[in-house]
Design a protein. Structure first.
Length: 379
């Protein structure tokens, strides 16, 4: 074995976080761009400019989504089972919304009809806005606890409903997700387009950044007053992963305990706020490259803030806090984590390399003139 069981459990928490950040930066950018298509593109040619900035990359960026889902299944099978049964209708909503993205990208410009293209523009918007909102809502519900149970055979059962997920705090988290992806997409478009499209993209991206800062601050205040979860006692973290073998309590403000015990972790929310402000400034002075880097770091700061607040919990149970799923007891076997760690160590760097190569080789500003001169070769 490469690492002991406890170290591997912690490593896989980090790996899942890295994959989620990669998904947010790459595929989240595509979602932000698609959500802006009707706002920044006033003509058909301008909307095609918007689409073609992500046209060569959107399908490759989905690798991060698929990899994160596969890693979740391999590393945390009980979490996968509980989440996909508990959030079943939400996940189906995301799945059906995502259908509009490949269809919209590939079929939108096949017919020269304003009605046809307008409908696909709305399809691209819905196929990006709905997943962005639902992913945020799902994260928001983790802080409130998910109503599920586990029996003595480690079978999970969900006692909630789809509409119960749409509570005020979760919707706030959903809006944070939407605004941060809108801002990220706006900075990308400011960098990759010119003239009116770039100007509108910068404007709406800055609006989204301001909304994100306000909403993220409100969420922080709200979380400080929520009942958080604390582990009082649990079994050996090196032993067999058993989510039934621990004692958990709840108390107001407990989600902030990790920041008190490890003050350096305050850097994560600080990075989210500071990078959002820096992105706004860089966009304002027309430095979109720096603004895009800043929004990428902002996304990482937000995801790490959520992860560190929940740590070591992955999926708390509101019905029975003692069976809440944590990084220590919701994992696969020692051998599985080792084998998967080897696979991730090989393939994630490869994904990074070919993703970077694609962006470098296809880097250029997309202009209205290019689209109009090559109308049949562009999206």
């Amino acid at each position: 074995m490469i690492f002991d069981y406890e170290t591997l459990k912690l490593l896989w928490w980090v790996i899942i976080g890295v994959l989620l950040i990669g998904f947010a930066i790459t595929d989240g950018m595509d979602m932000g761009v698609a959500m802006l298509i009707k706002l920044v593109g006033k003509t058909d040619s301008e909307r095609r400019v918007v689409i073609n900035t992500v046209g060569p990359h959107w399908d490759g960026n989905q690798v991060w989504f698929i990899t994160a889902g596969g890693a979740l299944f391999a590393a945390w099978p009980i979490v996968y089972a509980a989440a996909f049964s508990g959030f079943y209708f939400a996940m189906m909503l995301v799945l059906f919304a995502l259908f509009f993205r490949p269809l919209g990208f590939d079929y939108r410009s096949k017919i020269d009809s304003p009605r046809w293209r307008n409908n696909w523009d709305w399809g691209l918007f819905a196929g990006s806005a709905i997943p962005a909102l639902v992913f945020g809502v799902a994260f928001g519900n983790l802080f409130l606890g998910v109503p599920f149970s586990i029996d003595e055979y480690l079978r999970t059962s969900y006692q909630g409903s789809f509409f119960a997920l749409l509570n005020p705090f979760a919707l706030l988290a959903g809006l944070i997700s939407v605004t941060m992806l809108l801002a990220h997409g706006g900075m990308w478009l400011q960098l990759r387009t010119d003239s009116d499209v770039a100007r509108r993209s910068a404007q709406y991206g800055r609006y989204a950044l301001l909304a994100f800062i306000v909403l993220f601050a409100v969420a922080g205040i709200w979380i400080a007053n929520l009942d958080g979860y604390q582990i009082i006692s649990m079994g050996d973290t090196q032993g067999f992963a058993n989510p039934l073998d621990k004692t958990v309590t709840t108390s107001a403000g407990a989600w902030l305990n990790n920041y008190q015990q490890m003050p350096l972790t305050m850097l994560f929310p600080a990075v989210a706020f500071l990078m959002a402000a820096l992105a706004w400034i860089c966009s304002k002075i027309n430095r979109p490259g720096l603004a895009l880097i800043a929004t990428s770091l902002m996304l990482g700061g937000v995801i790490m803030t959520a992860g560190m607040s929940l740590f070591p919990f992955i999926m708390p149970s509101s019905n029975h806090p003692d069976i809440s799923l944590t990084i220590w007891d919701a994992v696969s076997s020692h051998r599985t984590l080792n084998v998967m760690f080897i696979a991730v160590s090989i393939f994630v760097p490869l994904i990074l390399l070919y993703t970077t190569w694609c962006y470098v080789k296809m880097w250029r500003k997309v202009t209205v003139e290019e689209i109009e001169n090559n109308s049949h070769g562009s999206y």
